[in-house]
Ligand binder design. Structure first.
Ligand code: GLC
Length: 561
């Protein structure tokens, strides 16, 4: 499958409008469509729809539940799965449950964490990090109507649910089945890591989170066995695998999880022209359950947080905090010589964290290169974008194309003109779809957008022809003789595959024996269709070049070693 992620309104106006764009999606090769939150949110600021006021209704400007069901049918007819967010950690302050809680109904007060004074919140705060330190500091908000301090991890208007209450569990089972009946096939479990609160901890990744996911999954499977879960757990590499199931939960929790470490590692490698940190981090991952798949992405609607473990950094001689600092400098464009144009999101003066907003194209250097009118730098930026997409399309799992990246859309500098968006610069990378560009791009193969678009379509086509890329097969980093080049290896029963990615603009010369040892004396590069003799001493890899090598027949491939 190839996934596509879009805001229904920004992509096509309404749900019916999305239904009119199915030829476009099918033409791109999309088989999985994640429409960003579309259940009715609160009025005004709503965190991009992640503050749901009514989960049984669609946002009125997008359409109705019947429109959603009709769209799901249309998608299914084309073999495309509909993916929606299930916002489990919180509801809007205006949601019916929260309204009844505010009115004093004890049943609904027990759906939330409401404390009469600061004594308990203060104890929790000792170990809680802050998600939005800029615009929503602290994890509790005083609500005069509720007459208490309400747990609000994200914004004050997003009330955390009390998953210790079985009634909350039952509400969500009911909601999952309700939406599955409308045709939703995959649920993106939003902010899943935060579900369980335990005093003295960061209240993320607690063991109960996995038990709850497992129970929700078991319940869904009784009547809607095709429903799949995707965990949105933007957590440290050490915690991530828990969402696909470790130990007794093996293969019984989420079917998919975002590969946040890979995404972060891609941008880190581009900035430093050094892939050793990424390779080391990937090497440290245990194998995932074979019935699960990674959600692979270059960009999404959120900011990029530099989730690089200090141990991973230390392994390649880097200091974790210093490298994270460098990446923030680099992608905000402050670092001398940086190609990137991004914005700092949520600077936290206590931890030094500065997350980054920006579209893939602007972060990869296209915006600055176009402004400078520098054809060479434009070329580099295009190659960077295709390189990153080659990695996610070659990794095994479900690559998630983020709307507009197929057209190399730049930052939307006018994002702040919408008053509800002005304070949240993540909107800089949530642009309107450019349909005029989409209509002409295939006829303009020499423009940056045309090159990215053609390159992406080519990657998708080649990917489809390679059973080696099946999601159940692990991708392992091979030792790379040159840190600028990432070497990945996949051992499929059909034959071994080796991928090489040059993360620098320079040509790299590699000793061929590294690859000969795995692939034999001759390989075929699936991306160019050409044969590559490996019985020579060296191999040249031009700047930002990707190779997808499979052993050529009769080449004496050694397969598993
Ligand atoms: C997830 C969403 C993000 C949102 C947060 C709170 O992380 O991706 O956009 O702000 O949850 O719902």
């Amino acid at each position: 499958m190839v996934g596509y992620v879009a805001y229904a309104d920004r992509f096509a106006g309404t749900l019916a409008g999305v239904g009119e764009r199915l030829d476009y999606l099918e033409g791109l090769g999309v088989r999985y469509l994640h429409l960003m939150p579309l259940l009715r949110p609160r009025e005004g600021e709503n965190d991009g729809g992640y503050a749901v006021a009514d989960d049984r209704a669609v946002r009125p400007d997008l359409g109705t539940m019947d429109d959603l069901a009709a769209l799901a049918r249309g998608l299914r007819g084309r073999g495309i799965s509909l993916v929606l967010d299930l916002v489990l950690n919180h509801v809007a302050r205006e949601h019916g449950w929260a309204e009844r809680a505010r009115a004093g109904d004890p049943r609904y007060r027990a759906y939330f964490h409401i404390h009469p004074d600061r004594s308990v919140p203060d104890l929790y705060e000792r170990t809680l990090p802050e998600v939005f330190p800029d615009f929503a500091p602290g994890n509790f908000s005083w609500d005069p109507e509720a007459d208490g301090w309400v747990w609000t991890t994200f914004n004050a208007y997003q009330w955390d649910l009390n998953w210790g209450n079985p009634d909350v569990f039952l509400e969500f089972v009911d909601l999952i089945l309700h939406l599955a009946n409308r045709g939703v096939e995959v649920f993106r479990l939003d902010a899943i890591a935060f579900l369980w609160k335990r005093m003295g901890t960061a209240c993320q990744n607690e063991p109960e989170v996995h038990w709850l996911t497992r129970a929700l999954r078991a319940a869904a499977r009784i009547v809607a066995p095709a429903v799949a879960f995707k965990a949105e757990a933007i957590v440290s590499p050490a915690e991530l695998m828990g969402y696909l199931g470790r130990g007794a939960h093996h293969g019984r929790v989420s079917d998919m999880a975002y590969h946040n470490s890979l995404m972060v590692g891609l941008w880190s490698s581009l900035a430093s022209r050094d892939t050793r940190l990424l390779a080391g981090a990937l090497r440290a991952f245990p194998p995932k359950p074979t019935n699960t798949a990674w959600g692979l992405y270059v960009r999404c609607h959120d900011d990029i947080g530099w989730a690089i473990a200090d141990e991973d950094a230390a392994r390649v001689g880097l200091g974790g905090p210093a490298h994270r600092h460098f990446l923030s400098d680099f992608y905000s464009g402050e670092f001398p010589g940086s190609f990137a144009r991004g914005l700092v999101f949520q600077h936290n003066p206590y931890t030094g964290d500065r997350r980054i907003s920006g579209s893939a194209a602007s972060l990869a250097g296209l915006e600055a290169a176009l402004d400078a009118g520098d054809a060479g730098r434009v070329d580099d930026a295009v190659r960077r974008l295709l390189l990153l997409h080659a990695v996610i399309l070659g990794f095994g799992g479900v690559p998630l194309l983020y709307m507009g990246d197929e057209l190399a859309l730049l930052n939307d500098s006018g994002y702040a003109d919408v008053p509800e968006h002005a304070a949240d610069n993540r909107w800089v990378h949530r642009p309107q779809m450019d349909w005029a560009l989409a209509a002409r791009v295939q006829g303009e193969p020499d423009t940056p957008a045309g090159r990215v678009n053609a390159g992406l379509r080519h990657l998708i086509r080649v990917r489809r022809s390679l059973p080696h890329l099946h999601a159940s097969v692990e991708t392992w980093p091979l030792h790379s003789p040159d840190g600028r080049v990432l070497l990945l290896r996949r051992d499929h029963p059909l034959g071994v595959m080796v991928q090489a990615y040059n993360f620098s603009e320079q040509e790299v010369v590699l000793p061929a024996w590294e690859l000969r040892g795995v692939l034999g004396t001759e390989a075929a590069d699936a991306l160019t269709g050409s044969r590559l003799g490996l019985d020579r001493p060296t191999l040249r890899l031009e700047g930002y070049r990707a190779l997808w090598l499979v052993a050529a027949e009769g080449s004496g491939s050694v397969g598993l070693v």
